[in-house]
Design a binder for this molecule. Structure first.
Ligand SMILES: Nc1ncnc2c1ncn2[C@@H]1O[C@H](COP(=O)(O)OP(=O)(O)OP(=O)(O)O)[C@@H](O)[C@H]1O
Ligand SMILES: [Mg+2]
Length: 607
């Protein structure tokens, strides 16, 4: 079955997946934008690098001076000791500035990534529900954690290497020419050879790198999804299957990683061999020249040192190729997420309308709405529903009829495809999301709790709501006894998804939220389904207090929950098929009456 998310999977699986270069450039530029605030730090890194490299590269030159001008000449031992001390000083300088450079660079890199992570999270948090239908949680976790980490590596490794190794290379070539132009020219003959090797390996390294990355992200995504569904896996005794599916992915990752390592090692060794050959070459040419007294011995020594160091920066830079590749992949992936505009958006300032919380009367109009999650199937078809201020409306109907979808539209988790939804005559798309969510309070089918204390879960981390208000709300919904039984009472830390609490207890907490926030329009989606009838009655009482003068929509499978409603809406496959009060519906003797008789007969039989 093709789900909307499958495309993304396809892109991740296919290592040759490419976006056009304009997009890639745009993405890359956007990422570099994050480096801007750090430019002073980068400048500092640059200076430290220059100092450290200069101190490093002066060392062989110093030895040459000792050999040619002092040891072989006839000046005193005092100068040799002096030069020795300078050598030591250079080593210390190199150490200090390398340390400073590494420190500054990490600081810049980590700050960039911290900013990026924050923006990514707030971008994701802004997305509409359709975004989460399309993106697997596991891969979003990968985006937040490892993709941003790769970008850190770009700044701390790739950029560093380009600056440090690039500078070293230039300075080494400079020193070589300073020592002996002819020998230096001979050495430069090697450059095209190096280029050929680098290009030949480039594609191979890139492919193997990307394949390994793809496997890793799939493994992580698999892990994340499994961890959140562990109870399901265990209850169906799927551990073995899942473990084998996991080890299958893990094996693939291992294979690809090994292949990548092999490619890198072969590449590095080829470079080493080339390096050794060049040393032999210099020793041969230079040695002959020394024999013929055309070259001083000290110069030859320094030359050999430089040619050895010559390959190191080149090797380093080419090794960064991998990291650069993975940065590009990560940047593209992040960019794809960043470029998703939330479907549900705040109104443009010129179209925005104000609706103060106190002034809301609570009239709700669904005007000929049509809605679908995907293009192939309408979930709600031309639905018309008008709710008077303060009306208590019950919604019942078959599973999958579109009840939750209807109320989710009112909370603007999604937007209608056609028609409009109005509150007090104002299209909800013209209201700021923040004020809409203050006006409309929703208790969902599966209430979500955050990691945090009970107090924070009720007030949603809003410190302006004081503790007593929260405790009062919990008392009103009858959650007090349950909370008092917990070890730390109201300060008990709940874990994500509220484990440690039963489904009903979780629902009580979300009811307390409603009491604290007092929205003008109240929606309960199967909110009392998990409660025993005693607790449900408690909630009902609390709600009766809160819902006075408030528009209330209650979705329920248990008909008794909505029997008292001013009006009951009966839904079936995306439309309203009957409506009226309990009595009226029974008189109509239609679908509702059927349901009702079925239910009462069921209870009678059960007793
Ligand atoms: N996130 C989603 N993405 C795609 N389709 C969805 C999504 N949520 C619901 N649907 C589909 O929309 C239809 C209506 O679902 P909805 O959740 O509104 O039903 P419901 O009346 O609330 O059912 P229930 O009584 O089981 O809660 C269903 O056919 C369902 O498959
Ligand atoms: Mg539902």
């Amino acid at each position: 079955m093709a789900k909307p998310g499958d495309n993304r999977q396809e892109e991740e699986i296919n290592p040759n997946y490419q976006v056009d270069s304009a997009t890639r450039r745009k993405a890359f530029r956007a990422m570099l934008g994050y480096a801007k605030p750090q430019r002073l730090v980068f400048l500092g890194v640059f200076f430290c690098a220059i100092l450290a490299i200069s101190a490093d590269l002066l060392q062989p030159y110093l030895v040459k001076v000792v050999i040619d001008d002092n040891m072989l000449g006839d000046q005193g031992a005092g100068r040799v000791i002096g030069l020795g001390l300078i050598y030591l000083l250079l080593a210390v300088i190199s150490m200090i500035f390398t340390y400073l450079q590494a420190n500054l660079l990490q600081r810049a890199g980590q700050s960039i990534v911290a900013a990026l992570r924050k923006d990514l999270f707030s971008h994701i948090a802004k997305q509409s529900m359709s975004f989460f239908d399309r993106h697997a949680i596991g891969s979003l976790v990968t985006n937040e954690s490892s993709d941003t980490e790769t970008i850190n590596q770009f700044f701390t490794q790739v950029l560093l290497s380009i600056v440090r190794d690039g500078l070293s290379l230039i300075m080494i070539i400079g020193f070589m020419f300073l020592l002996d132009v002819q020998l230096a020219l001979y050495c430069l003959v090697l450059l095209p050879l190096i280029a050929i090797i680098a290009v030949a390996f480039r594609k191979m390294l890139r492919n193997s790198y990307q394949r390994a990355r793809t496997q890793l992200s799939r493994t992580i995504a698999f892990l994340a999804e499994n961890l959140s569904g562990m109870s399901l896996i265990q209850s169906f005794h799927q551990e073995k299957e899942q473990v084998s599916r996991f080890s299958q992915r893990n094996r693939k990752y291992l294979k690809e990683s090994l292949r990548e390592v092999r490619a890198t090692v072969i590449f590095n060794r080829s470079f080493d061999i080339l390096g050794n050959l060049s040393v032999a070459f210099v020793v041969y040419l230079g040695g002959m020249a020394v024999f013929n007294s055309a070259l001083e011995f000290g110069v030859l020594y320094a030359f050999i040192s430089y040619i050895r160091q010559f390959f190191q920066p080149i090797n380093q830079i080419t090794q960064q190729w991998n990291t650069l590749q993975s940065t590009l992949v990560s940047v593209e992936r992040l960019w794809r997420i960043f470029s998703v505009e939330p479907e549900v958006r705040n109104p443009k300032p010129e179209q925005a309308k104000e609706l103060g919380l106190e002034r809301v009367r609570g009239q709700v109009d669904f005007n000929h709405i049509r809605f679908a999650y995907s293009d192939d199937r309408d979930v709600l078809r031309d639905l018309e529903l008008h709710i008077k201020p303060g009306e208590f409306v019950g919604i019942v109907g078959t599973t999958g009829a579109g009840k939750s979808s209807l109320v989710n539209l009112l909370a603007r988790f999604y937007d209608v495809r056609k028609g409009s939804i109005q509150i007090d005559g104002i299209d909800i798309r013209q209201l700021k999301l923040e004020s809409l969510h203050r006006i409309v309070g929703l208790v969902q089918q599966e209430p979500y709790l955050y990691s945090g204390s009970i107090i924070d879960n009720v007030r949603l981390f809003d410190e302006s709501i004081d503790r007593d208000t929260v405790i009062e709300a919990c008392r009103m919904v009858g959650a007090e006894q349950m909370i008092k039984r917990l070890k730390k009472g109201y300060d008990t830390l709940l874990t994500e998804r509220g484990s440690g609490l039963s489904a009903g207890e979780r629902q009580l907490i979300s009811f307390a939220r409603i009491l604290v926030y007092q929205p003008r329009i109240l929606i309960l989606d199967e909110a009392t389904a998990n409660l025993d009838s005693h607790t449900e009655r408690l909630i009902q009482q609390a709600l009766n207090v809160v819902s006075v003068g408030r528009t209330t929509l209650v979705i329920a499978h248990r008909l008794s929950t909505v029997q008292q409603a001013d009006r009951i809406i009966v839904m079936r496959s995306g439309g309203i098929i009957e409506q009226g009060s309990h009595k009226e519906l029974l008189q109509q003797n239609g679908y509702y009456a059927d349901l009702y008789h079925h239910a009462t007969r069921g209870t009678a039989a059960g007793q």
